[in-house]
Design a protein around this ligand. Sequence first.
Ligand SMILES: *Cc1c(COP(=O)(O)O)cnc(C)c1O
Length: 341
Amino acid sequence: MQINLISDTVTRPTPGMLDAMMSAKVGDDVFKNDPSVNALEDKVADYFGMEAALFFPSGTMTNQTAIKLHTQPGEQLICDKYAHVYNYEGGGVSFNSGVSCKLVDGQRGMMTAEQVEESINPPDFYHSPLTSLVCIENTTNKGGGACWDFEELKKIRKVCDDHGLKYHLDGARLWNALVAKNEDPKAYGALFDTISVCFSKGLGCPVGSVLVGDQKLIDAALRVRKILGGGMRQSGYLAAAGIYALEHHIDRLSQDHERAKAIGKVLNTLEFIKKVEPIETNIIIFELDESKLTSTDFLAKLQENQISIIGMGQGKLRIVTHLDYADAMHQHFLGVLQKIG
Ligand SMILES: *Cc1c(COP(=O)(O)O)cnc(C)c1O
């Protein structure tokens, strides 16, 4: 039994999803003639109560497109030091948009409205880059799947309004936050200028992300997507997977969250574990007491049992639960952990 917990991106389509993909009606989406892509875009826009949406090959491309739409070269965006847009998009912020990042020293990938406001450069002080955008991430990836307090997100909206800044949400795992906190997606739609969501994380889809916003922004996003090489043809096969995931794989995320918490509980009983970060969704970040067991030895012992997890740097390890992590694997993994300890 192979157990892959390095990321929730490893999930594969279920038989039901594959059926939906195989029977999808498709057209040429570069001509906007693919009925399945159009249906997915309508569905996601409605879900957030926003005007329009656009299907993309990746979450990196949706984020990069949003940043391009909201900024001009030379300007600056504000984000947490853990942000995916800063750490894991290959420097695309500067490559694609000519923009720099003001990094905020937040908690588990989340910053306060006060920290955001302090990070804004005075607009008349022409020596500094002009601040034009705030990017937040929910749930936070490097922050261990943490969920924002919606009240803080509203306070940041107010800061953005007071200072004329745009507000983008990297919601690669927003589904997990919505399920964990029982929140209304339309409340998010009402708060942000753009939202990016991923279908390729714990939902089983092979690829796909969607950017949501008002009609004018999404019209402009179509051109940016084209320039980035993200126009796809019969992508309805992929969009059909997204539609299936929206209908069948969102509510079940609570199972991933429960299993993650159960893993955390066991980790906390092991004497070679130094610290387990709080677990709110499907990501577990923890540290070993290397004087008792080194990360290298721990990973090797897991590998002997066909279990893969991943290092996050600075001595931190990460486990991510997902659709393809079934109950039998869960019981096996908990047993292996207890044997190591
Ligand atoms: C996965 C992820 C993305 C998108 O990454 P892709 O690999 O391009 O799909 C964006 N933001 C966060 C927080 C992510 O975890």
